[in-house]
Design a protein around this ligand. Structure first.
Ligand SMILES: [Zn+2]
Ligand SMILES: [Zn+2]
Length: 224
């Protein structure tokens, strides 16, 4: 059951952080973001990548990973980087942010696929979603969206990952198809986690707390 509930807990925690801190980018959210990027990247390399190479030939694996990276690049044209931690649509817009919503939903739906009971990706996705949910919530609260729109946005965004997990675990898809989708998700994870790590070093200035957060992320993923 945890495999369905963890992504939802992450959203709940993220929303609570946003409601409690009220600032769009507190230092804690930034550190959590750096930690989550390193943790997700490490888990992808330690857990998900070897699993895919076991079932798919090397060239196709590489091909689907590249497709995932490209897909995430395209999604970020629309989400403006919300998947890796910053939401900045400047227009004072009364409309519902449809492009942001749809691209986040596609991203979240796909990242549910590699989650099975036996692997550790569930923790990676869990940690990755907390700062994203926090930043998204504080953005939506500052926007001029109606309360009901904000709640529906967050609710649908929250159920997309469990939906992806549910489909990958119950619908009888061909093993090859499932593994190919997992390779696609590896590409997505590689892109967002490396972007988080890249953006974490603003102006390439040395930041000890961020470096510690990143090393911790890698270490915990290694021993988990
Ligand atoms: Zn960015
Ligand atoms: Zn994600």
């Amino acid at each position: 059951m945890n495999k369905y509930l963890f992504p939802i807990y992450a959203i709940v925690i993220g929303v609570l952080i946003a409601l409690l801190t009220k600032s769009q980018k507190s230092i804690h959210t930034k550190l959590l973001l750096s930690f989550s990027g390193a943790f997700l990247l490490a888990l992808t390399l330690f857990d998900l990548l070897p699993e895919v190479y076991d079932h798919l030939d090397a060239k196709s694996t590489g091909f689907f990973i590249m497709c995932g990276i490209l897909l995430q690049i395209v999604l970020e044209f629309f989400s403006k980087g919300a998947e890796h931690g910053h939401v900045h649509i400047h227009k004072e817009n009364l409309d519902f942010p449809w492009l942001l919503f749809i691209s986040l939903c596609i991203h979240s739906f796909l990242e549910g696929f590699p989650i099975h009971q036996h692997n550790t990706m569930i923790y990676g996705v869990f940690i990755h979603k907390i700062p994203i949910a926090a930043l998204l919530t504080s953005y939506l609260l500052k926007s001029k969206c109606k309360k009901v729109q904000i709640i529906s946005f967050i609710f649908i965004f929250a159920v997309m990952t469990p939906l992806g997990t549910f489909i990958s675990n119950t619908v009888s898809l061909d093993q090859k198809v499932l593994v190919s989708i997992n390779a696609l998700v590896i590409g997505i994870f590689l892109h967002i986690s490396t972007t988080i790590l890249f953006e974490a070093s603003e102006g390439h200035k040395f930041n000890l707390s961020k470096l510690v957060a990143i090393c911790l992320g890698v270490l915990i993923a290694y021993f988990i």
